[in-house]
Design a protein around this ligand. Sequence first.
Ligand code: ADP
Ligand code: TRP
Length: 324
Amino acid sequence: MTILSGITPSGKLHIGNYFGAIRQHIAMQEKGDAFYFIANYHSLTSVNDGEEVRQNTLDIALDYLALGLDPEKCTFFAQSDVPQVTELAWILGTLCPVSLMEKGVAYKDKVAQGMNPNIGLFTYPILQAADILIYDSDIVPVGQDQKQNIEICRDLARKINHTYGEELLKLPEEHIVKSVAVVPGVDGRKMSKSYGNTIDIFDKGKNLKKKVMSIETDSTPLDEPKDPQSCNVFALIKLFADKETKKEIAGKYRAGGYGYGHAKKELLGLIENYFAEAREKREELTKDMDYVRDVLKEGGKKARDRAESVMRPVREAAGIIKNH
Ligand code: ADP
Ligand code: TRP
């Protein structure tokens, strides 16, 4: 069973990304033949600074390796190391009705916000479909927000198969990760880079403390009992604490005499503890970037081999001559 997912390198990873996606990716590397890639071409739809794209790509590689991705267990690579992806994307695009892209939620959102989206953003789902189809993927673990893109991918695979030959491309199953609710940011809205309300996985020291202390709470006085279930701080505590600790802290909320400041201090300790090992590993890896580059290089080689075996029959069926 081939498992595939992509991560867009568009800035620092936050704890919403961790509980909503990364944790599942890492757990699933045990469950099949996993391919995880850094979607650097996709990131160009929003970042146009070469140095930033390069740095973000290496940062994501460091983050994933530090958080437990094991290159012995899965294939980890950069999207750009597999040219067959952009090649397939072009062919998919030639069979994709413009109206299908016009329904894209991400694209429509940008238009609604009065932005002037680029063609890359418009056709983003086509490149994502190629990412999935080129490795004969069976399942694609992604969050709810990616559901539409997986449906588009299945549509495009059907079109290729219908036009050029049944079973040329395998239709992937969805695998929407529903287990984790939306992680709230420091202002209580969904944690997201675009809202500037994140706590980043590798935030530390004063910076981490400042963010945790800035989590918005209501103004119930310290002495009074509080409802843990309606508190942003407790929503985060729930993600990091074990069952016993959760129960204990919820008890303190309900008993009164326990302020939000106390809860924030406990949360800070929990976060520091939870990511302590990963933080240390990341420091180590930073000193050995050649290793990190080698991991991506090796992964790229494996991914290319698989991709070429899928691309060759598509190319032939479409009548595209390749002289090398
Ligand atoms: P952002 O909103 O910060 O730009 P992305 O859209 O890049 O995050 O999300 C990358 C992955 O992380 C997606 O699979 C998404 O479902 C997941 N994710 C992002 N924010 C959250 C959140 N607040 N709670 C749960 N999952 C999230
Ligand atoms: N669009 C995905 C996101 O924003 C990233 C991505 C690119 C992806 N290509 C993919 C995810 C292929 C799964 C499969 O999170």
